[in-house]
Write a protein that binds this ligand. Structure first.
Ligand code: 5GP
Length: 112
């Protein structure tokens, strides 16, 4: 079981800000911005490169849910960033697909 599956199963505590039948969103334990949320599918897809055609609706749901959370949490208007790290060079540490939602400060580009 991945770390994030354990969070889904409530075996590891997290500050959950949204959940539905397909996904769960919680605060990152080491925030890189004033708002740093992780949005994950309940289905343990390891990373975006391993998502399949059958995951199309789920991936769309994750993006739509990210926008909904941004509106509900009040950071949609000022702006935010969605990041998905994939594999070694992408900086992926947890092999369970997750969208980082970063907000609350001016984010820089290009990323480090
Ligand atoms: P990645 O580097 O895989 O894209 O992102 C993994 C993220 O998970 C990191 O931002 C890290 O801070 C976060 N993280 C790691 N362990 C935990 C944990 O136990 N709880 C929470 N809420 N976040 C975690």
């Amino acid at each position: 079981m991945t770390l994030f599956e354990k969070i889904c199963a409530r075996e590891i505590p997290a500050t959950i800000v949204h959940e539905d039948e397909h996904c769960i969103c919680f605060k990152d334990i080491a925030p890189q911005a004033p708002v740093h949320l992780l949005l994950i599918p309940r289905k343990p897809i390891p990373r975006i490169a391993l998502a399949g055609d059958g995951d199309q609706a789920l991936l769309g749901h994750l993006l739509l849910t990210a926008g909904k959370i941004a509106r509900e949490q009040g950071f949609a208007e000022d702006g935010f960033r969605i990041v998905i790290n994939n594999g070694r060079d992408g900086g992926e540490a947890v092999p369970h697909l997750h969208l980082h939602l970063l907000a609350g400060r001016q984010l820089e580009w290009p990323p480090g």
